[in-house]
Design a protein around this ligand. Sequence first.
Ligand code: KIV
Length: 273
Amino acid sequence: MAGYLSSDVRKVTTHRLTEMKQRGEKISMLTSYDYTMAQIVDGAGIDIILVGDSASNVMAGNVTTLPITIDQMIYHGKSVMRGVKRALVVVDMPFGTYQADAYDGVRNAIRIMKETHADSLKLEGGEEVIETVKKIIGAGIPVMGHLGLMPQSINKYGTYNVRAKEDAEAEKLVRDAHLLEEAGCFALVLEKIPAGLAARVASELTIPVIGIGAGGNVDGQVLVVTDMLGMTKGFSPKFLRRYADLHTIMTDAIGNYISDVKSGEFPNQSEQY
Ligand code: KIV
């Protein structure tokens, strides 16, 4: 995390993201939840780092994103911020911190920003949360919207299947996307919806639209970092491309360490004082 006047790196800003959309440059986004991963992801040149509430699944092992608390999201947000120099950092507002009313939402949004030093926040929903979104933006906090499959509503849907396949849900999604843009959101995530619908939203909006399972005709892509690195097993949705098989690499490395310890091969002469 840069201190006052100490950074020589040109940070990604919400303004730069808008310019990227205008010139047709795709935006790259990945999640991170801790300092070490954030340093690697940022150092590789990613545009946006999302401190996703998917931390509830991939860090804490919960079945859904619902249990993660604001204190836990702040811990992850602070850890990531210490590792980032260039990327724009977005922290997810966890379930229950903005749905009750706008006052609650703004108070929690301010707390997350003050304690993490993040650049912006993301929250799920359209019309239902629009007053809260407006008030958070009114407090000077950049907001990224999130429509389509909204994992915080899993108990309402009952499944993680593709959303907005039917006309009524698709039309509501388009309306919600416009409402979020009009409210002042700087970008929008669309999760697991038909590619044609996502393309329509991206072409109608002036703010960047970032897809996950939403096809290629949007302004950028986001994946969960532990999934795309192949650290997680047993989660293979169609949209997930694995860029590495870290599960195998890590398991082999740990297996080698165990056998070296057992055989006395580790440590050797040069690895002791
Ligand atoms: O929490 C998360 O990781 C997300 C992405 C799937 C967009 O919201």
